[in-house]
Design a protein around this ligand. Structure first.
Ligand code: ADP
Ligand code: ZN
Length: 511
C-alpha cells in the first residue's frame, strides 16, 4: 500500500509505521475484521485514523469515555482529520449528524450506549461507513478487567452492516479475554494481531510497603524527573500529595472528585513540567501524552496485571530509562479478596484469577518482566537484567520436598481447596471441615514440621507463579503445568525468599 505511506506522511507527518501498525492498517484497507492488541503508546489510534482518511465513508469509533473521545478528537483535528463526537455532552449533535449525512466526516466518535438506539442505526444507514473501530475492546468481555455491559449492544449494530470491517483495539487483553473479544465482536481468529509488549527501558521493582510516605520520599529523591504516584483512594491521593509537597518537590493531586477546572489545570501543569509529581487515582493517565514520565509508583496494588502494565506503561514512552515501583501490603490483597465476595457470582472466578496472578507477580522471586510478558502470551527469556529480582537476586532455597508435600496434599484432597485448608492438613491441625471429610486420616496429614511450614506460603506462591498450581473456579488450588513432574521427583522447585528490607538495607550500607 504505497498510498498508505503517503497518507502516513501527509496526514500525520510520520516517516514510517511502528511495529504492527502497518499490518493492522493493511488488513483494514483490505476490508478484513481485526483485533489489534497493542500496548499503550504503540499507536493504536493511527490504525483507524489512517484508513479513515484513505477510505470512502466515515469511520465510526466506539469509545467508552467522553473525556477520551475529546482527547482523540483534538489530536485528530490537529492533523486536519475531519472528526466529530456524538455524545450526550455535545450540544452540536444536529450539525454533526448533518455533516455525517453529507459525507463530510472521516471520524465519528460515539459512546457504546448509542449503538442500540434505533435512530442511530438509521443515521448510519444514511451515508457510507468505512469502518467500525472499537476502542478499549476488552470492555466487551466479562473476562476483561473493565467489563461494560453497553459494549454488548454493539454486536447487533455491527451485524446490521455486514460489509463494514471491524477493528477492535485494546492494550490489555490476556489470552482468555482476547478469545472472548473475537467471538463477542464476530472477528475471525486469524484476525488477531498482537504487538510485542516488552518495554525494555522500564525497570520494574516491587517492594513490600512498610512506611509508604518514607518510601515514596525516597523514590522522589532518586528520581528528579516527572513522575506519577498512583494511590488507591481520593483521600489517600490528597493526603500523600500534601505530605510529599512538604518536601519541597512540586506535587499536585489528581482524582475524579476534584473540580474539573482544577483537574485540567493540574494535568496541564504536569504535561508541561520537567520535574513535577502527580499523585493520582487511576482516573489519571488515559489519553495523556507525556513521553518523558521518568517514574510511575504504585502506593498500593493495582487492580490486575493488565492495569499494572497499563499504568506503569505511562513511564518512559520516549524510550529513555524509567522506573516502575510498586509498594504492596498484604492488606491490599485482603481487601481485594474481600471485594470478590461482592462481585457477581459468574464474574468472581475470573476476578479471583486476576488477583491470584497479581499476587504471583508481586511475590515472585523470578524476573518480573518475564512474568508480565508471559501473562500477555509471549515467551520471554527467563531473566531481563532490568528488574529488581534480576538486579538483586536473593538466596535460592531448594524447596522441592515441601513443594511435593504441598502438591500431594492438593491432589489428595481433591484439587478443590484453598491454601489455608491445605496448610492445616499438612501441619496436622484438624478442624471440623477436615474431620468431616476424613482428611485427618490422609497420608499427608501432619507431614510438614514447623520449619518447613514457614516455606508453605512462599512455595505456594512460587508454584502459582509458575503455573504448577492453578486457581480453580471456586478459589481452590489444582495441579497444573509441571506439577506431576515435581510430584514424581523429576523436577526441582527452587524458591527465593526475599530477606526483610531492613536487613537488606543494612547489608548494603555496610558494603
Ligand atoms: P495508544 O492509543 O496505542 O496508546 P496513541 O495512538 O495515543 O497510542 O499513540 C501514541 C503516540 O505515538 C502518539 O503521540 C502518536 O502520535 C505517536 N505515533 C503513533 N504512530 C506513530 C508512528 N508511526 N511514528 C511516530 N509516532 C507515532
Ligand atoms: Zn528481570
Amino acid at each position: 500500500f504505497p498510498d498508505a505511506r503517503t497518507a502516513l506522511h501527509d496526514t500525520f507527518g510520520f516517516s514510517a509505521f511502528r511495529g504492527v501498525q502497518e499490518q493492522v492498517v493493511a488488513r483494514v484497507l483490505h476490508g478484513q475484521s481485526t483485533l489489534a492488541v497493542m500496548p499503550t503508546g504503540a499507536g493504536k489510534s493511527l490504525t483507524y485514523q489512517l484508513p479513515a482518511v484513505m477510505l470512502r465513508g466515515t469511520c465510526i469509533v466506539v469509545s467508552p469515555l467522553i473525556a477520551l473521545m475529546h482527547d482523540q478528537l483534538r489530536s485528530a483535528s490537529a492533523n486536519g482529520i475531519r472528526a466529530a463526537t456524538l455524545t450526550s455532552a455535545d450540544s452540536d449533535r444536529m450539525a454533526t449528524m448533518d455533516a455525517f449525512r453529507a459525507g463530510e466526516l472521516d471520524l465519528l466518535y460515539i459512546a457504546p450506549e448509542r449503538a442500540s438506539q434505533p435512530h442511530f442505526r438509521e443515521l448510519l444507514s444514511s451515508a457510507p461507513i468505512a469502518l467500525f473501530a472499537i476502542d478499549e475492546a476488552h470492555c466487551v468481555s466479562e473476562w476483561g478487567h473493565d467489563f461494560r455491559p453497553d459494549y454488548r449492544l454493539l454486536r447487533p449494530l455491527l451485524d446490521a452492516f455486514p460489509d463494514v470491517p471491524r477493528l477492535a483495539l485494546t492494550a490489555t487483553a490476556d489470552r482468555h479475554t482476547r478469545a472472548d473479544i473475537l467471538s463477542q465482536l464476530g472477528i475471525p481468529e486469524d484476525g488477531l494481531i498482537v504487538a510485542g509488549f516488552d518495554r525494555p527501558n522500564i525497570r520494574y521493582a516491587i517492594r513490600p510497603r512498610d512506611n509508604a510516605l518514607r518510601q515514596l520520599k525516597g523514590i522522589l529523591q532518586e528520581h528528579p524527573g516527572p513522575g506519577v504516584i498512583y494511590a488507591p483512594t481520593r483521600a489517600k491521593v490528597e493526603q500523600l500529595a500534601e505530605a510529599l509537597a512538604a518536601t519541597g518537590r512540586r506535587v499536585l493531586p489528581y482524582h475524579a472528585g476534584l473540580d474539573p477546572a482544577v483537574r485540567a489545570r493540574n494535568q496541564a501543569a504536569f504535561v508541561a513540567s520537567e520535574d513535577m509529581v502527580m499523585v493520582a487515582t487511576v482516573a489519571f493517565g488515559m489519553g495523556i501524552d507525556k513521553p518523558d514520565v521518568r517514574f510511575v509508583a504504585h502506593a498500593g496494588v493495582p487492580k490486575s496485571i493488565e492495569a499494572y502494565y497499563q499504568e506503569t506503561g505511562r513511564a518512559g514512552r520516549d524510550g529513555d530509562p524509567s522506573m516502575a515501583v510498586m509498594l504492596w501490603g498484604a492488606d491490599d490483597f485482603a481487601r481485594a479478596r474481600q471485594r470478590l465476595t461482592e462481585v457477581d457470582e459468574h464474574r468472581r472466578a475470573s476476578e479471583r484469577q486476576r488477583l491470584d496472578a497479581l499476587a504471583a507477580l508481586v511475590e515472585t522471586a523470578q524476573c518480573r518482566r518475564a512474568i508480565l510478558l508471559r501473562h500477555f502470551g509471549e515467551h520471554p527469556p527467563e531473566t531481563c537484567g532490568n528488574c529488581d529480582n534480576c538486579l538483586e537476586p536473593v538466596a535460592v532455597t531448594d524447596a522441592t520436598e515441601v513443594a511435593r508435600k504441598l502438591l500431594s496434599a492438593v491432589y489428595r484432597t481433591g484439587q478443590s481447596f484453598g491454601l489455608g485448608y491445605i496448610e492445616k492438613v499438612l501441619t496436622g491441625q484438624s478442624d471440623d471441615r477436615i474431620l468431616q471429610r476424613g482428611h485427618d486420616s490422609l497420608s499427608v496429614f501432619g507431614i510438614v514440621g514447623p520449619e518447613e511450614a514457614a516455606l508453605l506460603k512462599p512455595v505456594a506462591r512460587a508454584l502459582q507463579a509458575r503455573g504448577s498450581l492453578l486457581p480453580t473456579e471456586h478459589g481452590g488450588l489444582a495441579l497444573g503445568g509441571n506439577a506431576r513432574e515435581i510430584l514424581k521427583g523429576q523436577a526441582a522447585v527452587e524458591i527465593t525468599i526475599p530477606p526483610p528490607r531492613e536487613r537488606r538495607r543494612k547489608q548494603r550500607d555496610s558494603m
